[in-house]
Design a protein around this ligand. Structure first.
Ligand code: DAH
Length: 329
């Protein structure tokens, strides 16, 4: 009997001193496990004289019940403590200010291209692309730019060899389109172009957007109408914009014109070249120039962006200065 009393006293002390459920379980095994101290008492019953066994067995059972009760109490306590400590460690202070996520912004050149594309796709133009490394046929010959034309000297063009170069304009894409499609068609081709030039208004890489439309009975008035609408649509947010068509010369169009826009200082700035596709160009791609006519245009994307955003130095587009770029969020 004394032994049983000792067991319950020791067990109670052990149970109270543990601080985690894992430790508690170890104590449980020590007393109540298959080889535990209390379990052994049951096994040793057979060593007692038969008349005492019933009484002692009853006491052992009571001791066991009591011990289980103490265990369960401590278990509930420890569970509560562990829960509180997890709640504490995972606590979220919802009054803290949020962390700002730094997002990028669309580059003004990309944004300008998207706006131009938006206008022309509404008029049924499809978007195409052409290679930035171009051959002499597509960049020059087929566009009626004869071998002695000044645009061919390495002053402007980055040549890889006599036949291969970085394209100096997107007009080569006109040729590729006409080689691969039968009129009627209308396409625009945005892209990078390269020229050996660097100052406030020239960078060795810049962007153009080429347009070409070919069908029967296409005339200059339609060209003028579409480009007029385009310019007014593009600058529709501005109070008043002034635009002029100025006669010009391009080997691949006849007649040719350029559109200038007046900037805030009253200076005229050229934003695009255009004209009626030259019969020689049709000839070089095998389109019958007696049956079909067409117009083409090449828009200077950076020029448009400079006017739209009031930017004075072209180079700022490509220096990746975050202070500049962040203004376009
Ligand atoms: N390719 C010309 C340039 O780089 C721009 C241009 C002018 C494109 C007239 C055209 C056009 O399609 O018809 O300056």
């Amino acid at each position: 009997m004394q032994y049983l009393k000792d067991i319950i006293t020791n067990a109670t002390i052990a149970i109270k001193s543990v601080n985690s459920l894992v430790e508690l379980d170890k104590v449980r095994i020590q007393y109540l496990g298959r080889k535990g101290e209390l379990t052994c008492c049951f096994q040793n019953l057979s060593l007692l004289p038969p008349e005492k066994r019933a009484d002692i067995a009853k006491t052992i059972n009571k001791t066991k019940e009591k011990m289980i009760q103490i265990f369960n109490l401590r278990k509930a306590e420890l569970k509560q403590i562990e829960l509180l400590s997890t709640l504490n460690s995972e606590k979220i202070d919802i009054t803290l200010p949020g962390k700002r996520i730094n997002t990028g912004s669309i580059h003004p050149v990309t944004h300008t291209i998207e706006r131009v594309e938006c206008f022309f796709t509404k008029l049924g133009f499809d978007i195409e692309s052409g290679p930035e490394i171009e051959d002499a046929f597509h960049n020059f010959d087929a566009l009626n730019i004869k071998p002695m034309h000044p645009a061919r000297t390495d002053q402007d063009t980055f040549f890889f060899n006599q036949n291969l170069m970085l394209r100096t304009h997107t007009s080569g894409a006109q040729i590729r389109i006409m080689e691969n499609s039968q009129p009627p068609f209308r396409y625009i081709v945005p892209g990078r172009v390269y020229r050996n030039d660097y100052d406030k208004t020239h960078t060795p890489m810049f962007h153009q957007l080429e347009g070409i439309l070919v069908n029967e009975n296409i005339n200059f008035l339609q060209l003028k109408g579409i480009l007029n609408d385009f310019v007014y649509d593009f600058f529709k947010g501005e109070e008043k914009i002034e635009l002029r068509f100025r006669p010009s010369y391009f080997p691949f169009t006849e007649p040719s014109a350029e559109i200038d826009i007046k900037n805030k200082n009253g200076e005229w700035l050229e934003i695009l070249g255009c004209g009626m596709v030259h019969p020689n160009v049709f000839h070089s791609v095998g389109i019958n120039s007696e049956k079909y006519s067409g117009f083409a245009f090449g828009i200077g994307i950076e020029r448009l962006a400079m006017l739209a955003y009031g930017i004075h130095d072209l180079r700022s587009f490509f220096e990746n200065d975050l202070r500049f770029l962040k203004q376009f969020k």
